[in-house]
Design a protein around this ligand. Structure first.
Ligand code: ATP
Length: 471
């Protein structure tokens, strides 16, 4: 039933041009997706609202937009060349590759812990996994024997330079946050910013994931929205708790069903090599509880290492006390694509109206790809001109589209399906008195509104919707 919902949402996303398989006409690339005309609008809205909440509305948070291609020393310093690995096993017959932890998880879900050994997957290292696979004769999904688990590095590399042999290896960044640490020095040297302060970035990251899956959930190219918050070591605990609370507030604004997320503390074995404490924000997806965001206590690992590897002084001197130290970091890192996917799942609803199934995406009006749809009942010149005038006016503030295709019922159904909160209908009365009807997606109620009051009307309705930072 739950998987059924996932399939329905995926089919809607394809049918209504939210997402496409990357390089699809050439057979596609595993773990790579493109965003279509509606997808790009929704994705931009997610990023815009996150930026407003995290950066624009706060006086001590600033942003950067760093490069994707990074010096190979960055990843030595960060520990990724050594530690950024997943446990890989290979099907001995087909040579397909899988993540050992995923195969064990699937096996445990199917068989339970039959030996009652209280197996904790998150506590297993690569040797434990290989032993567990052997003891329980776990096979590949194709039913063949598999190799022992080995560590596989997820970083993607490229070459820079013009001559063969004269090229330097560089990395596509495996996580967006690293460029924040690289640019930290320029920002702190400007003398304009005092601790505590934060730097945000929204940008692409690349990982050679062994098993991309669940559409946008695990991709090889994806986007992250990161905050790195720099604090004095003694302020760390307070700041960590503060940001955990703020990220909770974000999800209260964003989701219809706040119960569909939980904050789960990572076990010791799960912690990334740099983390002292970490909470995962998890979403109750049709394929099980799944990570959406990481809130990490990174301590002074990053700045110390980059200071050491680059030979630059990345310490901070408190202007009041004169104390010199390496700032500690609280990180909040969330995937744009996972947010996008989980918002579609959160918003998807089916209702029976007049014996027909009505599909609605109950997206927040500030996230919906189209805020207002203009639907002239007739295709005569007058109604088309009025539609264009309203379009020109409303596009100053909202995403708007004019839809003239099919019956009005069919057009409402399409707008419900893509989550458009307001549908403006132009009819014969409009031509007489300059009013239109505005239909509310959620209640299906219609109100007559003067054309010159439409912007105000929609703005008020958005404000009355679940409180969001941008309204
Ligand atoms: P996972 O355990 O699912 O591989 P992670 O703990 O490695 O994720 P982080 O390095 O903490 O992820 O990255 C922060 C966020 O970036 C994740 O919470 C997720 O939303 C997003 N993200 C990470 N890897 C991917 C991916 N392969 N595809 C899409 N989003 C991703």
């Amino acid at each position: 039933m739950k998987i059924d919902k996932f399939d329905k949402v995926m089919s809607l996303a394809k049918r209504r041009l939210f997402i496409f398989p990357g390089s699809g006409i050439y057979g596609g690339l595993t773990g790579i997706f493109d965003f279509g005309p509606l997808g790009v609008e929704m994705k931009n809205n997610i990023k815009k609202q996150w930026w407003k909440f995290m950066v624009t509305k706060r006086r001590n948070i600033i942003g950067i937009d760093g490069a994707i291609i990074t010096h190979n020393r960055v990843w030595e310093a960060s520990g990724h060349i050594q530690n950024f690995t997943d446990p890989l096993v290979e099907d001995k017959v087909t040579h397909k590759r899988f993540r050992a932890d995923n195969l064990i998880k699937d096996w445990l879900e199917k068989h339970g812990d039959s030996n009652n050994t209280k197996v904790e997957l998150t506590d297993m290292n690569i040797i434990d996994m290989s032993e567990f696979i052997e003891q329980n004769n776990i096979l590949s999904p194709d039913g063949n024997p598999i190799t022992n688990a080995k560590s596989f590095n997820l970083l993607m590399s490229t070459e820079l330079g013009v001559t063969e042999g004269g090229k330097d290896v560089a990395y596509l960044r495996g996580e967006a946050c690293q460029t924040i640490y690289l640019d930290y020095k320029y920002i702190i040297d400007s003398g304009r910013y005092k601790l505590p302060f934060g730097i945000c970035q929204i940008g692409k990251a690349f990982r050679n994931e062994i098993t991309p899956k669940h559409s946008l959930y695990r991709q090889r190219e994806f986007e992250q929205m990161d905050l790195q918050y720099f604090v004095a070591p003694e302020e760390m605990e307070k700041s960590y708790e503060y940001w955990k609370g703020e990220r909770e507030n974000w999800y209260k604004m964003l989701l219809n069903d706040f119960e569909s997320i939980r904050f789960r503390q990572q076990t010791k074995n799960e912690l990334a090599h740099y983390a002292k404490v970490a909470f995962d924000v998890e979403y109750n997806a049709p394929f099980g509880w799944s990570e959406l965001e990481g809130i990490h206590w990174r301590g002074d690992w990053d700045l110390s290492r980059h200071g050491q590897y680059s030979g630059n002084d990345l310490t901070y001197t408190d202007p009041e006390t004169g104390n010199k130290f390496t700032p500690n970091i609280v990180e909040t890192s969330v995937g744009v694509d996972r947010t996008f996917l989980f918002l579609l799942l959160d918003a998807y609803n089916e209702e029976i109206v007049n014996n027909e199934t009505r599909v609605i995406l109950r997206l927040h009006p500030l996230i919906a790809p189209v805020t207002v749809a203009i639907l002239p009942l007739k295709k005569n010149e007058n109604q088309l001109n009025i539609s264009q005038t309203i379009f020109d006016d409303l596009t100053d503030n909202f995403n708007v589209e004019i839809d003239v295709t099919g019956s009005i019922g069919k057009r409402y159904r399409r707008q419900d399906e893509i989550g458009t909160p307001f549908a403006v209908t132009i009819d014969d009365i409009t031509e007489d008195d300059g009013t239109v009807t505005v239909r509310d997606r959620d209640t299906m109620k219609q109100e007559r509104v003067k054309i010159n009051e439409l912007t105000q009307f929609v703005q008020t309705k958005i404000k009355e919707y679940r409180k969001f930072v941008g309204n």
